[in-house]
Write a protein that binds this ligand. Structure first.
Ligand SMILES: *[C@@H]1O[C@H](CO)[C@@H](O)[C@H](O)[C@H]1NC(C)=O
Ligand SMILES: *[C@@H]1O[C@H](CO)[C@@H](O)[C@H](O)[C@H]1NC(C)=O
Length: 457
């Protein structure tokens, strides 16, 4: 496992075999080293760990020369009561330890699991809260799972809200997440198991799950709601397998991710220039799964967030600093439940594929290099996805401060989609990427409008 440590350490601190990376990536490594020094020297006010955490994103951005436009995790007028957060956090929360089946049953909802095998042999689990109404298919984002739609709690979780309206709620799980780690021939300990990005999730997993829902419910058309990568994979499917457009009556995209070049997430900006390289090094060393519980996280925690209980809470989960959330919309008492269920696993290639889009500014297939591209695509560069082919009515829900789905990128996507597509901007300025799942005011800010969209189809 030394390899794992090295690759992940290198990307942030150049602490091991630094010379090798230095020669490959001089400016990235220089930036990373400077950041490390800043943090060590207390440039962020390390005496107050909590404050330093809020300043981290802006600080990274300024070191990258992009100081101007990174929305902070907090507005200056938001008051965070750190004592209260700690007190709430340390309360024992049973829900943090229950799995999705136990959790949903605890709140008196029926839940079923279903097993779906894809054309390329991945064995996926679907979760369903069965109802007699029309089927709605919910698809999670990167590092997420079906859990994402219930962990906000019974008052706010999207799956519960839909079930209460009578919708038959089906929740997918992409290959590689904690519920879908099986294959007819391969095991997750084999490198080949992890050789997929969101392209394969859109090309194989979504069609298999949609066909399955159709067969089970005998409904010709399904409503689709995706969050983040759940929208990316949908755009892949609808571009590459246009016949699936007929099976979807309406698609709701919560924080749509296709174009990435304006993404503000400081972590994405920091890592993207090296994502191709990082992927090839990790492949060479046998690191294929993006492990949430590894040294990458520990480095983030200690170098970037300092020490202490609050850093422990917010920086344990690097996803929070990759995707972003707003403190104003965070349900503090539910935070342990969130951390108990998220992240759920993904492949390194999924991240590399997104990183590619940040650099190339295109929504395109995975770049296998000149030789690999010629073999696969019969051209030197990876082909773009044919968004024009999509025929489904689509609602794009986006937010001004979203670290991953930047309004400019969403606008670009909007212009390439068919003219039936509609934009809906969340009426809360600091709303961020993960708030589309967990916001305290999800009902008011998202669900009221989402419900109207569903009712029209
Ligand atoms: C916040 O979390 C608590 C604890 O999980 C839950 O009881 C409450 O309903 C949540 N609030 C909202 C608005 O969902
Ligand atoms: C949308 O595009 C179709 C053809 O693609 C066209 O017939 C229709 O008039 C357009 N509608 C609007 C409102 O532009």
């Amino acid at each position: 496992m030394l390899g794992v440590k090295c690759v992940l350490l290198l990307t942030l601190t150049a602490a091991c075999q630094g010379n090798f990376l230095d020669s490959m990536f001089p400016s990235l490594m220089q930036t990373v080293r400077r950041l490390g020094d800043d943090f060590k020297q207390g440039a962020l006010g390390i005496s107050d760990k909590f404050v330093s955490l809020f300043k981290v994103p802006k600080h990274i951005s300024s070191r990258l020369g992009k100081e101007d436009n990174v929305p902070p995790l907090m507005r200056t007028n938001d008051k965070v009561d750190s004592g209260r957060i700690l007190a709430e956090y340390l309360l024992d929360k049973e829900d943090a330890y229950l799995d999705i089946m136990q959790l949903v049953r605890k709140y008196q909802y029926a839940i079923e699991t279903h097993t779906v095998t894809t054309k390329d042999g991945y064995v996926l689990t679907m979760h369903r809260i069965p109802r007699s109404g029309s089927p709605v298919f919910l698809m999670h984002g990167i590092l997420g799972s079906a859990d994402d739609f219930v962990i906000a709690g019974v008052e706010t979780g999207l799956a519960y809200l839909l079930a209460r309206e009578g919708y038959d709620v089906w929740m997918g799980n992409a290959r590689g997440n904690k519920h879908s780690r099986r294959h007819v021939r391969m095991s997750p300990s084999e490198a080949a198991f992890w050789d997929f990005s969101w392209h394969e999730i859109g090309y194989y997993d979504l069609p298999a799950m949609i066909d399955y829902i159709q067969d089970e419910t005998r409904q010709a058309r399904i409503k689709y709601i995706g969050h983040s990568q759940g929208t990316t994979a949908f755009f892949v499917m609808a571009s590459d397998k246009p016949e699936y457009s007929e099976k979807i009556s309406v698609m709701i995209a919560l924080s749509p991710v296709a174009y990435m070049s304006n993404a503000k997430s400081p972590m994405i900006r920091l890592l993207a220039p090296g994502s191709n390289f990082i992927h090839s090094v990790s492949k060479a060393l046998g690191v294929h799964e993006f492990l949430p519980d590894n040294n990458f996280v520990k480095i983030l925690k200690h170098v970037m967030c300092g020490h202490g209980p609050l850093a422990e809470i917010f920086c344990t989960n690097n996803m929070l600093l990759v995707a972003g959330f707003s403190f104003a919309q965070m349900n503090v008492s539910n935070f342990p439940v969130l951390l108990g269920h998220f992240p759920s696993g993904a492949s390194a290639k999924q991240f590399a594929h997104y990183g590619q889009g940040v650099v190339s500014r295109r929504f395109e297939k995975f770049d296998y290099g000149t030789v690999g591209n010629k073999k696969r695509y019969a051209q030197i560069n990876p082909p773009g996805y044919a968004l024009e082919k999509i025929e489904v009515p689509i609602y794009l829900f986006y937010a001004e401060a979203d670290w991953l789905a930047h309004p400019t990128d969403v606008q670009r996507l909007f212009l390439r989609l068919p003219n039936t597509t509609q934009l809906y901007k969340v009426a809360f300025e600091p709303f961020n990427h993960l708030d589309f799942l967990y916001a305290k005011d999800f009902k008011k800010l998202i669900y009221e409008k989402l419900r109207e969209c569903l009712l029209m189809y």
